[in-house]
Design a protein around this ligand. Sequence first.
Ligand code: ADP
Length: 490
Amino acid sequence: MAKKTETKLDFGSKWDYSSAPESAGHAEIKKEYGLYINGKFVKAEDGKKFASISPSTDEHIAYFAEASDKDVDKAVKAARKAYNEVWGPMAPKERAKYIFRIARLIQERAREFAVLESIDGGKPIRESRDVDVPIAANHFFYYAGWADKLEYAFPGKTAKPVGVAGQIIPWNFPLLMAAWKLAPALACGNTVVLKPAETTPLTAMKLAELIHDSGLPAGVVNIVTGAGATGAAIVNHPDVDKVAFTGSTGVGKIIQKAIAGTNKTATLELGGKAANIIFDDAPIDQAVEGIINGIFFNQGHVCCAGSRLFVQENVKDIVIKKLKDRLSTLIVGDPMDKNTDVGAINSKEQLDTINKYLKIGVEEGAEIYQPNCTLPKKGNWCKPTLFLEASQSHRIVQEEIFGPVLTVQTFRTIDEVIDKANNTPFGLSAGVWTDKGSKIFNLTTKLRAGVIWANTFNKFDPTSPFGGYKESGYGREGGLQGLSPYVKLS
Ligand code: ADP
C-alpha cells in the first residue's frame, strides 16, 4: 500500500510569489500637461508649472500647469458660457448620450487609466484595476441614466441645474473622485471647473483628454491643476454657484468660512475615523480579512478606512493572533506588481504625518506591532501597523492618521461599544461583524456614521449614497441622494 503523505499548509508564514508586474508600455505620459479650459489644452497664463513625483520610486513623472486666479477665472467664464449657451438648454437625453460616451471610453481605456493611477498615486495596480477604474466608469453610467429622468427622482417638482460647479478633489482616489463629482453635476445640467490634488493630477488630465475625445461641447468640463491656492481661487470665484469638496476637515472648514454669507451651496466630504466592530459571534476569519481590507489595502488612504478596531473581549486573543498572522503575509511594495497588497504612501508629507502619529502612539503607551517585512529603498513606505491596548483618549484613536495604522480596543457590551465608536469628532463610516441580524439593526440605528457596512467593509456602488455626520462633512454623493446638491427644485 502506498504510504500516505500529509500536506501541511502553513498559513502563518509568507508565501513567496514571483513578481508579476503590470506593463506600463501602453500608457502614454506626456512631458508636460496644460490646463483644460474651454475645450483646449492651454498653458497657465504666467507659465507656472509643478512636477508630479512617483511616490513609489521618487522619479519625476511629468510637469503640470499651475493655475492662477486668472486661469481659474477663464475656466469659470468658459463654464458659465457653456452653461448658458449649450449645456443648460440641451435636451436631457442628449446630455445623457455624452455621459454614456465618457463611461464607455473609460471602460475602453481602463487598463491605461489603472496603470497611470498606480504610477502617479502609489496604490496597488490590483486596486486601481479592480476598484477605482471600474467604479469610475459605473458612476458615469449610473448618472447618465438619471439625466432624462429627473422628474422621477423628484416627483411633483421641477429640477433645474444649479449652474457652475467648482469641484475640488483629493489624492486618494483621483479618477474615482473626479467621476463622483463630474457625473451627477453633468447629469443635472451643470457645467464644471474641477481641480485634482497636486500630488495626483495625471489621471485627471487623462480624463480631460478622454472628455475631449468624447466630443463634449467646449467649456462644459474644465480641469485646472494646481495646489491649495488654485482650489481657493475656485471656491472664492464670485460666479461659482456650488462647491463640491472632498479632502481634509481642516480645508473643509476654510471652505465653509469662505462661502459663508454668499449664495453658494456646498457639499463637503471630509475626514473619518471609522469603527470596525467584531462581536464574538462573528465569522472570525472573514471579519479579520475585512478588517485588513478596510485599513491596509489602500495604505489607509481612505476617508472611510476602518482605522479603529473594537473587538469583543472574549475573542480578543484569537482576533489579534489572526490579525498578526495576516499582517505577516501582506505584500508591501511595488504598486505595479499584481501581487502587491499595500502600495506606497502618496507623498513625503503624508509619510511624515503618519510617522508623527506612530511616535505619538508609542508615547501615549499603546503597544505597537509591525510585521517583519522589507520596505523598498526608494519612495515613501510605511509598514502596516497595529496599535494594541489603545484607549479612547489617545490621539491615535481620536485623530485621522490616513495611513496603514489600526488601533485596537476591546469592549464587553453593545452599549459600551456604541458609546466608544461614536466618541470621535467624525462620523463617516463604520463596520459591524456579527452573526445576528438583530445586532446589526440595533447598531446601524445607533452608530452616528453616514455609511455602515455589515459583515463587509469598503464596498462602493454608484447607487448608494455616501457622506458623513459631524466633522466628516455634509451632503451625499452617489445614488439618488447624490443628485440633490446639483439641482434647484421648484
Ligand atoms: P489632504 O489632506 O487629503 O491632502 P487637502 O484638504 O489638503 O486634503 O486637499 C484636498 C484638496 O483640496 C486638494 O485638491 C488641495 O489642493 C485642495 N486645497 C487645499 N487647500 C485648499 C484651500 N484653502 N481651498 C480650496 N482647496 C484647497
